[in-house]
Design a protein around this ligand. Structure first.
Ligand code: ASN
Ligand code: ZN
Ligand code: CA
Length: 327
């Protein structure tokens, strides 16, 4: 067995954090023996293969090419810990096996992605105003695509595609709150650290998804024709309403104001319960072709299993879906 070492790293987003590493031929490799052997590689601007496994002489990481690696490795570790300690899931496939991250993908690449074929996540460096795509919510978003692919398998188009994307935003946000990192407080915004628009605005808003200019706040029969990153708005909004309720609220210094379809009031049950309902629905009731009406049924079944069919939680799930026009 290889030794499990604890180094420290300072990346772009999370302050100085512990990093789990492994002794290498010399120095330390960025390989997390406490989390299935998850590794972090430097693609060095390439677009295929794995490049080079990060290695460091003294296990104190950061600066230069290492900064993105620190954030990606930390993001994978916190996401692993979230699934394990909150959901009881042991890795992406629930088999204890890690995946890997690749940073410095391509040139001027302003995106990040999960790939089923490599069972890995990949991060670009950004370009112009856009910072590296390795913030915690983005890392957890990408790793959660792996969880979705290995559970419900939601098809990445139409309404199921919106649910797939929303699942990644929901757990990306859940991980950001779970981390409780003082450099990156939890919020219901996606990619707020990246500055992808160059004006300080986030990529997506869960309280009122249409604030991005393209996402749907409510279900309509044409919602499945939108790009999956916009049809996701309906479920992101559902999750916000279920967690925090409708109306105005400030959390960790961020102000939200969540509307509902036809003006109903929703009382939130708290994010912890909302997360558990979504996870149970994803892993027990949703399938590759689940639609928005199917997601309503799936989450009601999950709420019934977890809290009872006459519980306040069950009623809140129904009210939150009605609040986004999923009847
Ligand atoms: N960053 C995007 C995502 O994870 C990449 C994509 O469009 N698949 O959704
Ligand atoms: Zn995604
Ligand atoms: Ca966020």
């Amino acid at each position: 067995d290889e030794a499990i070492e604890t180094g420290t790293g300072t990346g772009d987003y999370n302050g100085t954090v512990p990093l789990t590493t492994t002794p290498g031929t010399s120095g330390y490799d960025l390989k997390d023996g406490a989390r299935g052997g998850h590794k972090t590689y430097d693609l060095n601007q390439g677009t295929s293969g794995t490049g080079t496994l990060f290695n460091d002489a003294d296990d104190t990481w950061g600066g230069g090419r290492q900064s993105a690696a620190v954030d990606a490795h930390y993001g994978a570790a916190v996401t692993w810990d979230f699934y394990k300690s909150v959901m009881g899931r042991n890795g992406i496939k629930n088999d204890g096996v890690g995946s890997y991250s690749r940073v410095h993908y391509g040139s001027n690449y302003v995106n990040a992605f999960w790939s089923d074929s490599c069972f890995c996540m990949t991060y670009g460096d950004g370009y112009g105003n856009a910072n590296p795509l390795t913030s915690l919510d983005v890392a957890a978003h990408e790793m959660s695509h792996g969880v979705t692919a290995n559970t419900a398998g939601l098809r990445y188009s139409g309404e199921s595609g919106g649910l797939n994307e929303a699942t990644s935003d929901i757990f990306g946000t859940s991980v950001e709150f779970y981390a409780n990192n003082s450099s990156d407080a939890g919020d219901y915004l996606i990619g707020e650290k990246i500055d992808i628009n160059g004006d300080g605005t986030p990529l997506r808003y869960m309280d009122k998804p249409s604030k991005d200019g393209a996402s749907a706040d409510y279900w309509s029969k044409s919602v499945g024709r939108l790009d999956v990153h916009y049809s996701s708005g309906v479920a992101n909004h559902f999750f916000y309403l279920l967690s925090e309720g409708s109306g105005a609220k400030t959390i960790n210094g961020v102000s939200y104001n969540s509307p509902t379809y036809s003006g109903s009031t929703v009382t939130g049950i708290g994010r912890d319960k909302a997360e558990k309902i979504w996870y149970k629905a994803l892993t027990t009731y949703m399938t590759s072709t689940t639609s928005y009406s199917g997601a309503r049924t799936a989450t009601l079944s999950a709420a019934s299993d977890l809290y009872g069919a006459s519980s306040a939680e069950y009623q809140a799930v129904a009210a939150a879906w009605t609040g986004v026009n999923v009847k």
